[in-house]
Design a protein around this ligand. Structure first.
Ligand code: ADP
Ligand code: MG
Length: 365
């Protein structure tokens, strides 16, 4: 495999919110034991900008009430930390600020070291992570996600395609893989510990270099955030490329995926109403993304230009897709998008995968 140029954005660090210097000393020591640096904010005002993007937030018991009053947005992986004997942080305020855990030191020290370790840079982590969102229903997000995954696998990158849309009907259908044996989300949704990458890959439906973690067509189940965290953790170490197909209504698992993504693409049909709907998706998603860009899909019945859509959303334009009648036809026949390596979708996917990995991606043979 040719060498990769490193295009990975700066790693996001856990955020500690406390003005208590003794508590901060303890937390810095535990973070170092877990192998990560942290960002520190003394109060909610200093914390606000880093609150949503941080992979983990620890609020000291001294800042619980101020954070509550500051009405910081709810988020996953929020922990309230205090010391035994100090003012008890208490479950009541923990619940009010939406904390998942109350960690009391020193008892919770090993647990906190583990949480920090999950945020540490992993020497063997090579996977690039891309997430795809639709600006409205039927925008083409799942098809783009499928196309990206197929394209990456065609380029011999070990790829995992993750279905994070509980109401998507199962992403395996986009690939025509609904008959392939292997686990779907419902069988994995209890996972909360570390998932061993080879074990994960072996349990999932796969063909060649492409593995898919899909929903099924049973009763819709919410995706637990810990299962998503464990899956992404394993995939980052065991794969070259991870593509995540997200729902438009962001749940905790989707927020985790956005935070893990090196790049996020929002697919928007070139229509006024789609642009208006997409603006609402941007409002909820943008705070969690370091790199969010638009892909505009034709046709444009009112001749709306791709650049105008991107400008209206205040986001960079990452690409355009001409209408491709072969795609809906192929989907009905169980043909995976971009599988031939030809056409506008395949060309866009090849460019995105090449940009992300620094690796040449060939089109049709
Ligand atoms: N690039 C494309 N060209 C033509 N039709 C497309 C394209 N992408 C998606 N479609 C059509 O739009 C439908 C919805 O796409 P999908 O990816 O499921 O949308 P979303 O995931 O955003 O809801 C597909 O079933 C397909 O028929
Ligand atoms: Mg979809």
């Amino acid at each position: 495999m040719p060498p990769r140029t490193d295009v990975r954005p700066r790693r996001r660090l856990p955020l500690v919110v406390t003005a208590d210097v003794d508590l901060l000393d303890d937390l810095l020591r535990l973070a170092a034991a877990g192998g990560t640096e942290v960002e520190v904010a003394a109060d909610p005002a200093a914390a606000r900008a880093r609150w949503s993007p941080a992979p983990l937030v620890l609020v000291g018991s001294d800042q619980a009430q101020p954070c509550l009053r500051a009405r910081l947005p709810r988020r996953a992986r929020l922990v309230l930390v205090g010391r035994t004997g100090a003012v008890d942080p208490g479950w009541e305020v923990a619940e009010l600020i939406g904390a998942e855990h109350v960690a009391t030191l020193p008892t919770a020290e090993p647990w906190l070291v583990d949480r920090f370790a999950e945020c540490a840079p992993q020497q063997d982590a090579v996977a690039r992570v891309v997430a795809v969102l639709g600006g409205r229903g039927g925008a083409g997000a799942s098809v783009l996600a499928g196309g990206l995954a197929v394209t990456a696998a065609r380029a011999r990158l070990r790829t995992l395609l993750v279905d994070a849309d509980p109401l998507g009907g199962g992403l395996d259908l986009v690939l025509g893989w609904e008959q392939l044996e292997g686990l779907r989300w419902p069988a994995l949704a209890d996972a909360d510990g570390r998932v061993d990458p080879p074990a994960l890959v072996q349990a999932l439906p796969s063909r060649g270099d492409l593995v898919v973690l899909s929903g099924d067509r049973g009763d819709p189940l919410p995706l637990p955030a810990p299962a998503m965290a464990a899956t992404l953790d394993a995939a980052r170490r065991g794969r070259d490329m991870v593509v995540i197909d997200l729902p438009r209504q962001l749940d905790d698992a989707a927020v985790l995926a956005l935070q893990a993504a090196d790049r996020v693409f929002l697919v928007v049909p070139a229509e006024l109403r789609a642009t208006a709907a997409a603006a609402q998706v941007v409002t909820s998603a943008a705070p969690h993304c370091t790199d969010l860009a638009v892909i505009v899909r034709g046709p444009a019945p009112g001749r709306l230009k791709a650049a105008e859509v991107a400008r209206a959303l205040g986001l960079p334009l990452a690409g355009t897709l001409r209408p491709e009648p072969g795609i809906p036809r192929g989907l009905e026949r169980g043909e995976a998008p971009a599988a031939t390596g030809r056409g506008p979708l395949a060309a866009l996917c090849q460019r995105i995968v090449a940009d992300l990995t620094g690796q040449q991606v060939e089109g049709a043979a």
